[in-house]
Design a protein around this ligand. Structure first.
Ligand SMILES: C[S@@+](CC[C@H](N)C(=O)[O-])C[C@H]1O[C@@H](n2cnc3c(N)ncnc32)[C@H](O)[C@@H]1O
Length: 220
């Protein structure tokens, strides 16, 4: 079984969130819009998602930590499942110019609005489908805050595929440890389908024979 890491959490904690404000702002309609993962989700009003996901360099520290944690070589092969606009892959490419990056996402808008320099390495695909790669193709497979957007019955293939195509793997999902965090998560989440405690995620990872690392982000 993998390790519990603490790499994305410091970034996640930097954002201030008005939980009750979101819950009382026509949230049902906002969830319906967000789940299309279109322009509104990425670059529309904050009530639909990111509220304008422009790149500000915040993923550099995460890429550095992952390179160090997995001792990635200069020519590492990296896959990002649910890469969104590909900001983390962009940072990997800057830090390891000879690495080979691949990313996919369900959001055509996200991919279209990725950084020009890395767009050619991204393609539309669903995390819950069988991946078009051989066993152990990648030195590292990452999936950051994507898999909780899948239903339980979709998680099985997604987790097993990440396990199959990567030598190392790192999954980050939303979770909750107590009633306060469940309340906050339910207020904040627009696209989440799988609301689990860390013990439940770990049970599920074991159930699907996942041996990689993981991290949970909480809404404290
Ligand atoms: C919170 S965003 C994270 C994006 C990116 N990993 C990042 O950290 O910037 C969640 C991502 O999951 C993607 N997503 C949601 N459901 C998906 C699915 N079934 N297959 C692939 N990607 C999915 C969304 O389009 C979005 O890019």
């Amino acid at each position: 079984m993998g390790r519990l890491l603490n790499i994305v959490t410091p970034l996640h904690k930097k954002t201030k969130r008005d939980y009750v404000g979101r819950m009382t702002d026509n949230k049902i309609e906002c969830m319906q819009v967000a789940k299309k993962y279109g322009q509104e989700y990425w670059d529309g009003d904050r009530r639909y998602g990111y509220g304008g996901y422009k790149y500000d360099g915040r993923w550099e520290a995460v890429a550095r930590k992952l390179i160090e944690t997995y001792r990635l070589p200069d020519d590492a092969k990296i896959l990002d499942v649910g890469c969104g606009k590909g900001f983390l892959l962009y940072e990997f490419k800057k830090l390891l110019p000879n690495c080979s990056i691949t990313g996919f996402d369900i959001s055509e808008y996200g991919l279209k609005n990725a950084k020009e320099d890395i767009k050619e390495h991204l393609f539309p695909y669903k995390a819950q489908d069988v991946y078009p790669f051989g066993n152990n193709t990648f030195d590292l497979v990452i999936s950051i805050t994507t898999l909780h957007n899948l239903h339980l019955f979709e998680l099985k293939t997604a987790v097993k595929e990440i396990e199959r195509v990567g030598k190392n793997k790192y999954i980050v999902v939303e979770g909750y440890r107590n009633e306060d965090e469940l309340f906050n998560l339910e207020c904040w989440a627009l696209t989440c389908e799988s609301f689990f405690k860390p013990q439940e995620w770990i049970w599920l990872f074991n159930e699907f024979s996942y041996t990689g690392d993981y991290e949970f982000i909480y809404f404290e």
